[in-house]
Write a protein that binds this ligand. Structure first.
Ligand code: TEU
Ligand code: CA
Length: 561
């Protein structure tokens, strides 16, 4: 059977606000993306996922849309999008849009109408409930961004639901008019020439029946509705309906990826099963939660064995059915080389190791802007340096409850989303060539060392290493399709696995550590006549039963039997 094109492609995520600013207002724009297409083509990526560029009051930086069929003036115009699509096509780069339809902005005309009266025809387009009989909130769920999911609206005396901020009211997918409006809008975009959608929190669109209270930990003001309402009862029905209404009758040029926090591997297999099409792949969060506790701000030490267990289970679980996205970074996660690598002495080596491990898995890899340069977390110190509403809302609740602001700050420095959102580092000039105005968020001072111009000029840079990884997926069938087998599961600091396809095989060995390590592998895991395919030091250890690895050394061998 012929495999879909995106088995061999790498997706590059652009956070347009922070990518390249061409008019000096301090915000990146579409013209900036168009100007950098040659850079992206040089890297070898074939799909660009743009974080939302639609009209938005920008409360959650665009994840909060007031017109799905227009572009926010901050980013440009529809004509710019058309030009981006056309210029992309010339370079074999497809454009994928971010579809944010679990919720809209509270300034979307749909919501403005919905809140205007109890009998407005759009009333039922959102999730409205009266207070409970005792006057309490309709249920006890907490929002992702602190506080209750319910916001009281004076006009009609009822509450509306918002799983995220109160400016992000949830759409009521139970209403077929809502679904039709969304599908019509999706078709409009595809007809315009975009190549698919990344679907924001798509597994939250079907809410649990009756909206029952969630479990409430002692001393907590709210309960946790998330496990109840993620992957809800009508999700597969809605996704099938979407597939039929939008994708079924188009030729195979698009890509659909569902952002699905809290999904498990079996259900991911169901919704990405090509026999019963819904989505092409999921973007799941299990592996990026392993160093966080019950809240994302609880710091848990990183444990490589836990990471192997998680990624390994997803590799095996989707072996026969379904498909997964592979990523370390996005606009919501801290920079991977700071999180799980060593962003000081071994920044380059560990960034390459992380790229090797990820790109040699089975699935579709995602590169988040700047990851290909080994960009690091920002040296945040004080709360006024942060801009993300998630961080600021959380800080406010800590202060209101006389909590420990120092430990909260420690968590924001480590996991805060602003780490991923500092401007792209293009060159050594002031503000890294991102903007000639004042950037909306400070540029990392290390841009004098870590920047695209320097990386392109250095054949040993992280950039050129990523180029080679991306090219390998295209040229090597085993990278794209091979079966995954974990090796050395219990080793605390070496990540190793094989990929096999018929008589061909790859062996990946990565020393995830500041210390040297040596491992022994038998002939079935690594034949001694294997040759090196890619490695992150200038020379590589030759294949043998005993391999010694330097700090953060990663090597991939190729062999045939
Ligand atoms: O994120 C949804 C999501 O999975 C959250 O748990 C996310 O990890 C959040 O950042 C918590 O730290 C999506 C978008 O990627 C995010 O940027 C938006 O803020 C959110 O939806 C609401 O649209
Ligand atoms: Ca701009």
């Amino acid at each position: 059977m012929e495999q879909p094109w995106w088995h061999k492609s790498v997706v590059y995520q652009i956070y347009p606000r922070s990518f390249a600013d061409t008019n000096g207002d301090g915000f990146g724009d579409l013209r900036g993306v168009i100007d950098r297409l040659d850079y992206l083509a040089h890297l070898g990526v074939e799909v660009l996922w743009l974080s939302p560029i639609f009209k938005s009051p920008q409360d959650d930086n665009g994840y909060y849309i007031s017109d799905y069929q227009d572009i926010d003036p901050m980013f440009g115009t529809l004509a710019d999008v058309d030009e981006l699509i056309a210029e992309g096509k010339k370079r074999n780069i497809r454009i994928v849009m971010d579809l944010v339809v679990n919720h809209s902005s509270d300034e979307h005309p749909w919501f403005v109408e919905s809140r205007s009266s109890l009998d407005n025809p759009k009333r039922d387009w959102y999730i409205w409930r009266p207070a409970r009989e005792d006057g309490s909130l309709p249920n006890n769920w907490s929002s992702f961004f602190s506080g209750s999911v319910w916001e009281f609206d004076e006009t009609t005396g009822e509450y509306f639901m918002h799983l995220f901020s109160k400016k992000q009211p949830d759409l009521n997918w139970e209403n077929p008019e809502v679904r039709n409006a969304v599908f019509t809008m999706m078709n409009w975009w595809l007809d315009r020439g975009i190549a698919g959608f990344r679907m924001d929190v798509i597994n939250l669109i079907s809410k649990v029946e009756g909206l029952p209270d969630g479990e409430q930990a002692p001393g907590h003001e709210f309960g946790n509705g998330f496990p109840l309402t993620a992957n809800g009862p009508r999700l597969t029905e809605y996704l099938r309906e979407m597939y039929e209404a939008v994708f079924a009758h188009r030729s195979d040029v698009f890509l659909t990826v569902g952002e699905c926090p809290g999904i498990d591997v079996d259900f991911a297999g169901v919704i990405t099963d090509s026999e019963n099409p819904m989505l092409d792949m999921v973007f799941q969060f299990e592996h990026v939660g392993i160093d966080q506790g019950s809240s994302k701000w609880d710091i848990v030490p990183f444990d490589l064995k836990t990471l192997k267990k998680s990624l390994g289970r997803w590799q095996v679980g989707l072996e026969d059915r379904g498909w997964n996205s592979l990523y370390w970074n996005n606009h919501d996660q801290p920079r991977i080389v700071s999180r799980w690598g060593n962003d000081r002495e071994y920044r380059v080596e560990s960034a390459k190791l992380l790229g090797t491990v990820l790109h040699m898995h089975r699935g579709t890899p995602y590169v988040y802007q700047g990851e290909e340069l080994g960009m690091t977390n920002y040296p945040f110190e004080t709360i006024d340096q942060f801009q993300d509403l998630e961080t600021l809302n959380h800080y406010k609740t800590v202060v209101d409850h006389n909590g420990d602001t120092e430990s909260a700050l420690r968590a924001y420095r480590r996991y805060g989303r602003d780490n991923a959102r500092t401007p792209m580092q293009w060159d050594i000039s002031v503000d890294a060539g991102f903007s000639r105005g004042k950037p909306w968020l400070a540029v990392n001072p290390n841009h004098t060392e870590v920047n695209a111009a320097a990386a392109i000029g250095d054949p040993n840079s992280v950039f050129h290493y990523y180029r080679r990884l991306i090219a390998l997926r295209k040229s090597d069938e085993v990278v794209a399709e091979g079966k995954f087998t974990m090796l050395l599961e219990d080793h605390p600091s070496v990540y190793a696995f094989t990929r096999t396809l018929d008589s061909q095989g790859l062996t990946v060995i990565a020393n995830w550590s500041d210390e040297p390590n040596s491992v022994s592998l038998d002939d079935s895991a690594l034949p001694t006549d294997a040759v090196t395919l890619i490695h992150n030091y200038t020379d590589a250890p030759s294949a043998s039963s005993e391999i010694s690895l330097r700090p953060w050394e990663a090597v991939v061998y190729r062999w045939a039997r």
